[in-house]
Design a binder for this molecule. Structure first.
Ligand SMILES: C[S@@+](CC[C@H](N)C(=O)[O-])C[C@H]1O[C@@H](n2cnc3c(N)ncnc32)[C@H](O)[C@@H]1O
Length: 327
């Protein structure tokens, strides 16, 4: 069991370069061309509005294309020395919505000053700015947690369970889970190629586990959740937070694969983001694209699971699923 898988390297964020070029053009147009359209010298606010938006677009472009890596290394190097766990959320993810808020508010100023008749647009931009500010606070709350507390009631069969942590990232769930399991073992699985976790997370996972004194309790595997390198009915239980909602069109396939590797009677605690107010603040209209609870229940049932329990906890919807006992 647990043989090593071979994954093709993936570059999930290679489209950033295209965004970078578009951003560069948009930023320059806003900074140089747009202010010349109006009597800039007569309106300091208009000038400032366009330049703040243009400057932010340029900065964001620079960030996603060139600055992200060096800044992350610099800020995290300092953090790692000083603090304990590091889960690798870069400053871009912690502050990105704050920058978007500033851009929306600056755009509102530019619109209001250049074309007062378009005040409804300026009003919408201010509203968007406020939503972005709230979203930034929500996002910081999600990311800042050093560990996640998992609602693990009724999940495990015994203290000796072998439990799969599906999409462990840099180890928040792995640590929470391993602490509860007295004599059990955790298999922490991830592709370790997420662009939003420093270096994909594997090195940070190893470091965090060492800090927590849990290295012996956890085995780490690099694998894809839609093609797990484990035999059928291998695990006594499984957990996963904020992962299956990242699987795009493969959600159903991921759930079917999870069903395959669990023992009959085993349970799977899955936490995902679903549409709601906090996610609206983070993703605005995009939050409506998140999979609904109804669809998750349908997909889980389609994979063969029974829903045992569900509820919201720490801004996440958790559902406890069970692979029915064959007997
Ligand atoms: C938002 S992070 C969550 C990490 C961790 N569970 C937590 O709550 O802190 C999502 C993780 O899922 C992983 N992931 C996404 N799709 C995956 C796939 N198809 N196979 C394996 N891991 C995947 C990513 O690499 C990333 O580490």
């Amino acid at each position: 069991m647990h043989e090593q898988s071979r994954l093709k390297p993936r570059h999930p964020h290679s489209h950033m370069w295209l965004m970078g070029l578009v951003g560069l053009a948009a930023g320059l147009a806003l900074m140089v061309y747009a202010p010349t359209l109006k009597g800039v010298s007569t309106s300091l606010l208009l000038f400032a509005g366009f330049h703040v938006v243009g400057g932010l677009v340029l900065l964001t472009t620079l960030w996603v294309t060139a600055l992200r890596g060096p800044v992350r290394r610099w800020t995290h190097a300092a953090e790692r020395q000083a603090k304990g766990y590091d889960f690798g959320w870069g400053p871009g993810w912690m502050n990105g919505l704050g920058v978007a808020a500033l851009a929306a508010l600056a755009a509102a100023v530019a619109v209001e000053v250049s074309a007062p008749a378009l005040w409804p647009l300026a009003f919408l931009l201010v509203a968007a700015g406020v939503v972005f500010v709230v979203g930034n606070l929500v996002m910081r709350g999600f990311r800042r947690l050093d560990h996640v507390v998992l609602p693990m009631v009724d999940l495990l069969r015994s203290d000796r369970d072998v439990v799969l942590d599906a999409g462990c990232g840099s180890g928040r769930t792995t640590i929470a889970l391993s602490r509860v399991l007295k004599d059990g073992h955790v298999i922490a699985v991830d592709r370790f190629d997420a662009g939003y976790i420093d270096e994909g997370g594997r090195r940070l996972l190893e470091r965090n586990l060492a800090l927590a004194g849990l290295t012996d309790k956890v085995s780490i595997e690099t694998a894809d959740l839609t093609a797990l390198p484990f035999a059928a009915a291998d695990f006594d239980a499984a957990v996963s937070t904020h992962v299956y909602d990242h699987l795009g069109r493969d959600k159903q396939a991921g759930l079917a694969e999870m069903f395959r590797v669990l023992k009959p009677g085993a349970r799977f605690l899955m936490g995902v983001r679903t549409p709601g107010w906090s996610m609206f603040a983070v993703g605005s209209v995009l939050s409506f694209l998140l999979t609904s609870k109804v669809a998750w229940r349908r997909m889980a049932a389609g994979a063969g699971f029974a829903v045992i329990d569900e509820g919201a906890f720490n801004g996440t919807w958790f559902v406890l699923l069970e692979k029915p006992d064959a007997t």
